[in-house]
Design a protein. Structure first.
Length: 396
């Protein structure tokens, strides 16, 4: 029987599910169902992720659909089963949200057991697809584009630490592309001295053979591969949007994760990276200009239909004393904030030393939140998500 978590259930349903699962079920405490998967995982005592999440009829349908949709993107190895009146409209909305099965609230023990077994089998199949990279011969990887309308918000810090974290989760699996074609500083942030840079990788023999392409990459001691930025703005300007599209397509065939650090704004290269992205991480600082810029950029991308299914909002340099709360930011941009990175005195020395803070073993609140960001993409989350965001809400 699969590991099962049950939420939004009354006492009678709890008894039926316990009987259907032979008692192997974790019952969430009463109250509102968390809308963010990370907040859901905080309620699991041992931090082990379930194969099946059963949502009882006590949860409002829209809350259940929101959670299911986020789990479908962030944690595809978890199957959601919803107990609600199975009307055609509910079925349609449930399937669109990624719910795997729909049961009537009065479902008996046998029906619940059958649904859990079906959902568990689906989860197991998905997890096999997400097996470690060394077991996978060929695949199309996730292209994770890091974007922001403004500079100075820590985009490269987020990119390098995300790439280092994903490499730790699945060695030799990740490549980081510096797509700030004029002033990229990924090499500096990683302490690398590259032999080849972005223009070399997108022109010449590296474009003709993926084996040759890999010899043009710079390798970090962690096992991370990198396409470092151009040596000069003039050299960077030779890289076109078509070059970017070809490069990312090729890298996605060879790597499980392709992390793309872009220039501020919406250059043609950034738009090409967004066009190829399976996920976009939008980064903003916790100030009015940064938040307004992010809202405008999101509006433009929505109009262009260029926001991929995997959209993640990261608020960096968060400080409860700055006058804005997480809820203020969410209201301004019209969507939720997924990860909050607190302002930390440890980050600038780490960047200046060319050692990402996730790689230096330091204990710091920002490290916990960066690992939480990594866990949104890693097939097996690296840690139980932290509680900074909840504390920050309370302090705001």
């Amino acid at each position: 029987m699969s590991r099962v978590v049950l939420g939004a259930a009354d006492g009678d349903l709890v008894l039926r599910v316990k009987e259907a699962t032979d008692g192997d079920v974790h019952v969430l405490p009463p109250g509102r169902l968390p809308g963010d998967p990370a907040r859901l995982f905080e309620q699991l005592v041992d931090g082990e992720l379930p194969e099946v999440l059963l949502i009882g009829p006590s949860a409002p349908l829209q809350e259940a659909f929101t959670l299911a949709a986020r789990l479908d993107v962030q944690c595809p190895g978890i199957s959601v089963v919803l107990l609600a009146d199975p009307t055609p409209e509910t079925w349609q909305a449930a399937m669109r949200a990624g719910v795997r099965d729909l049961l009537p609230p009065t479902a008996d023990v046998g029906e619940v057991r059958a649904a859990v077994e079906r959902a568990g089998s689906t989860a197991a199949g998905r997890r096999r697809v997400l097996r470690p990279v060394e077991e996978t011969a060929r695949y199309t990887g996730r292209v994770i584009t890091i974007a922001s309308p403004k500079g100075g918000v820590g985009k490269t810090t987020v990119s390098t630490n995300l790439a280092i974290g994903l490499t730790a989760a699945a060695p030799q699996s990740t490549v980081l592309v510096d797509l700030d074609v004029q002033f990229g500083d990924v090499a500096s942030a990683l302490g690398l001295v590259p032999e080849y840079a972005l223009p070399d990788v997108v022109h010449g023999p590296a474009t003709e053979d993926t084996m040759v392409l890999k010899t043009f990459l710079t390798q970090h001691p962690s096992g991370l591969y990198a396409v470092c930025g151009a040596e000069s703005p003039a050299a960077g300007d030779t890289v076109t949007a078509a070059d970017v599209s070809r490069l990312l397509t090729s890298l996605a065939r060879e790597f499980r994760y392709v992390v793309v650090d872009t220039a501020p704004g919406l250059s043609e290269q950034t738009l090409a990276a967004l066009d190829r992205a399976t996920d976009v991480v939008m980064v903003t600082s916790m100030d009015v200009p940064g938040v307004r810029g992010l809202r405008k950029e999101l509006d433009v991308l929505r109009e262009l239909c260029m926001i991929p299914a995997g959209r993640h909002v990261v608020m960096n340099l968060a400080d409860a004393k700055g006058g804005l709360s997480v809820r203020d930011v969410e209201t301004a941009i019209g969507t939720g904030v997924d990860v909050v990175l607190p302002r930390s005195a440890a980050v600038p020395p780490s960047t200046n030393a060319g050692v990402p803070i996730l790689a230096n073993g330091r204990r710091d609140p920002v490290v916990k939140e960066l690992r939480r960001l990594v866990s949104r993409f890693a097939a097996t989350p690296l840690m139980k998500p932290g509680r900074y965001r909840a504390k920050h809400r309370a302090a705001s």
